[in-house]
Design a protein around this ligand. Structure first.
Ligand code: UT7
Length: 312
């Protein structure tokens, strides 16, 4: 028995904010944002649409895709750095909204690597035979902690949610290997300040990410007993197209074999990888039996990578 992803779903708010819109708000240009980040637009949630609302939409789609009911969930893990409130957790709010009467619930905080932490935490409960189904959601409403006068950060971020249901799959499918890591000494590069705004030293995070993404990817590929050439599809954290491209090239993966949602969504933090995964599946880019690598990094600093063979 192995543990795999048996259903996915994602949700992005309707409201689109383009680079041109941002030109009116801060000293920036569409050209600068496109060329330095690959971002063209992002989705921003309404004031009354919080993380739990977005997470709920993604969760319903993932459950339907997995063809299971909410009552069949044993555990709900929500990766987020922007919960509606510190407590109750977003996961408890989702438990109630879904009517997941048999599920335990907790939030996971590992910033943009949060979904990787959630998936691997959930995997342990199923692998040990304790639980059958775990719902993992990555959600962030970064707009509520964005300083809309800071051009260094406000052009990069967007809101959204992505979800995946973990369950038992056949022996030759599912999660093959993982790596999770952290380095608190880098906390100063990306954090929430006393005014509650996200603050980032972009170039330090950039250097860390360009090294970490390929390194973690190669580690999970080797742990799975595979070679770089065996990887069919890469789902990297969608922070900056230049970071993603550097990782893709190091791994020797063809351009059309990498998920790219950064252009239309920007950096969705915890939601970025599950949104990219869910969109890639909907677009038919991932096929049964494909080896995929998901890899992320974020504030903490944290990082995580997972290699899996797609399918049930
Ligand atoms: O989810 C994980 C966390 N986030 C990330 O992964 C982000 C990692 N970092 C990055 O993606 C990049 O470092 C940035 C996109 C943030 C910046 O790109 P860069 O090529 O590293 O630019 P830079 O920091 O070297 O800044 C170049 C210039 C600076 O001006 P000076 O000091 O050279 O005069 C910035 O002030 O660009 C300026 N700048 C801007 N100009 C126009 C910074 N933001 C903007 C902006 N529009 N929005």
């Amino acid at each position: 028995m192995s543990v795999g992803i048996i259903g996915t779903g994602h949700y992005a708010p309707d409201n689109i904010v383009t680079n041109k819109d941002l030109e009116k708000m801060v000293d920036t240009t569409d050209e600068w944002i496109r060329s330095r980040t690959g971002i063209e637009e992002r989705r921003i949630a309404k004031d009354d649409e919080d993380s739990s609302d977005m997470a709920y939409e993604a969760a319903k789609l993932a459950l339907a895709d997995a063809n299971i009911t909410a009552e069949e969930l044993d555990l709900i893990l929500v990766a987020t750095v922007t919960p509606d409130t510190p407590f109750p957790s977003v996961s408890c709010m989702i438990q109630e909204k879904l009517g997941a009467t048999n599920a335990a619930s907790m939030d996971v905080s590992a910033a943009c690597a949060g979904f990787m932490y959630g998936v691997i935490t959930g995997q342990q409960f199923i692998q040990t035979g304790v639980y059958n189904h775990v719902l993992v959601i990555g959600v962030d409403k970064l707009s509520k902690i964005t300083d809309w006068t800071d051009r260094n950060t406000c052009v990069l971020l967007g809101d959204g949610a992505g979800a995946a249901v973990l369950g038992k799959v056949s022996d030759d499918k599912g999660i093959l290997s993982f790596e999770l890591g952290s380095d608190g000494s880098g906390g100063k590069y990306l954090y929430q300040n006393e005014d509650n705004y996200l603050v980032m030293d972009g170039s330090s995070v950039f250097k860390f990410a360009v090294r970490q993404m390929p390194e973690s990817s190669i580690n999970v590929i080797e742990k799975a007993g595979l070679k770089k050439e065996d990887v069919d599809y890469l789902v990297p954290h969608q922070a900056n197209i230049r970071i993603m491209e550097a990782a893709r090239k190091r791994l020797g993966i063809p351009e059309d074999r990498m998920a790219k949602t950064v252009k239309q969504y920007g950096n969705n933090s915890s939601a970025s990888i599950p949104i990219a995964l869910s969109e890639s599946l909907k677009q038919g880019k991932i096929k049964d039996g494909d080896v995929i690598v998901m890899v992320g990094f974020g504030g903490g600093l944290t990082w995580g990578a997972v290699a899996l063979r797609w399918g049930k």
